[in-house]
Ligand binder design. Structure first.
Ligand code: GMT
Length: 374
């Protein structure tokens, strides 16, 4: 099949999932065309059957536009690439504005070429941004106009029905997945360069937005660090980083917190981790948690959104209510002090992650493509 993919190319779960999906589809023999304003952050170099088409984000000075109409440029580029490359499917990730531009591109092709539009909902496109009054009606319209709509968790599907009604759409759940060839536990005897022997490595990866509650990451770590030698590795960047750095200084743990900034790939860091912290306000799925689990790092997270679909409390990780830094810290310490239980939880995390392997999940998308083309 010839498939167009539009996503946000920036550091974030929806762009990561869209890119990993494109790469997996190309490995399975499909031709994949990414249509976005920058090369997706997980697209590293050449891969067979993968193409990237850049969308303009600015033009020569034109006094009328204070803001460049990116959405129209994207719809035009989608239309152009579909026609030129003969694409059959446009699979867009994150509804705003991608489901809308795909709708426009399809309308522009009417009578000329049949194009099927699939929208995958990822999270804040439904739970936050899509519910803002300026976006609500167009988000609902664009979802309902898609030929197929998928959500990355049952939680997000239910939220979509609750918030938007979506009477005419049937939202199918296709969970996020992990590439087990890249995300797997460290080889036995691998050298851990993140911390000296006996010091626990606690990790967090995110885009440091408010929803991630990065100050809670530091607060949980400070509790762990009072009980055991430990370092905190913070990967990513975003608006809340300054506050997290400040919190680390306030709590007197700054010397043991390393802010590494945006890095990708992160598998080697996750393999060296004893725990992964994700105390988010909400997560539709929590791809970062899944990738950590695949690398053998049990997750301490909040019982919020779709996280309970990924982490089994007490088995493959620890779940506590949003904001319960005391409970998260206490349970993390108990786990780290009990090597046998920690090893069992590591193994359970790896086993759970296998349920979300690319080999299991990507065929669900392929089946959906076949169905929509029928
Ligand atoms: O953080 C976001 O809301 C944006 C989005 C993204 O594009 O990074 O993340 C969402 O999509 C990921 C991939 O499907 C999910 O794993 C994240 O849980 C989800 N984030 C939220 O729901 C907050």
């Amino acid at each position: 099949m010839k498939i167009g993919i539009t996503c946000y190319p920036t550091y974030g779960g929806s762009g990561a999932v869209a890119t990993e999906l494109g790469l997996e589809l190309a490995r399975r023999g499909h031709e994949v065309h990414f249509i976005t304003y920058d090369s997706p952050f997980r697209l590293h170099g050449y891969a067979e059957r993968i193409y990237f088409h850049q969308v303009e984000t600015r033009m020569g000075r034109y006094p009328l536009f204070d803001h460049f109409p990116y959405t129209l440029a994207l719809a035009s580029k989608q239309h152009e690439v579909v026609l030129r490359e003969g694409l059959e499917i446009l699979h867009v990730h994150y509804a705003i504005p991608h489901a809308t531009t795909a709708y426009l591109a399809r309308q522009m092709l009417a009578g000329e070429r049949r194009l099927r539009v699939i929208t995958t909902l990822h999270g804040t496109d439904i739970t936050l941004v899509g519910q803002e009054s300026s976006f609500y009606a167009i988000t609902k319209f664009s979802i309902e106009q898609s030929d197929e709509v998928t959500a990355v968790s049952a939680y997000l599907r239910d939220e979509t029905y609750r918030a938007f009604g979506c009477v005419s759409c049937d939202v199918k759940v296709i969970p996020n997945f992990v590439n087990l060839a890249e995300y797997h536990p460290a080889e036995p005897g691998a050298r851990n360069t993140l911390a000296p022997e006996g010091t626990r490595v606690i990790t967090h990866v995110s885009n440091f937005r408010e929803v991630k509650r990065v100050k809670d990451v530091v607060r949980v770590f400070a509790r762990i660090q009072r009980a055991l030698p430990a370092v905190l590795v913070m990967v990513g960047d975003g608006p809340e980083r300054v506050d997290a750095e400040h919190e680390a200084r306030e709590l007197g743990v700054a010397q043991d917190v390393r802010f590494l900034g945006r890095l990708d790939p992160v598998a080697s860091l996750l393999q060296a981790s004893d725990l992964f912290l994700l105390p988010s306000q909400t997560e539709s799925f929590g791809l970062a948690a899944l990738e950590a689990m695949a690398c053998g790092a049990p997750v301490v997270a909040t019982r919020a959104g779709g996280l309970p679909e990924v982490v089994d409390d007490g088995v493959s990780g620890i779940l506590e209510p949003v904001g319960s830094v005391e409970a998260m810290g206490r349970r993390a310490i108990e786990l780290l002090r009990d090597p046998a239980r920690h090893a069992a939880m590591r193994a359970a995390a790896v086993a759970k992650a296998r349920e979300f392997s690319a080999d299991r999940v990507v065929p669900m998308y392929e089946a959906l493509y076949h169905e929509v083309l029928r």
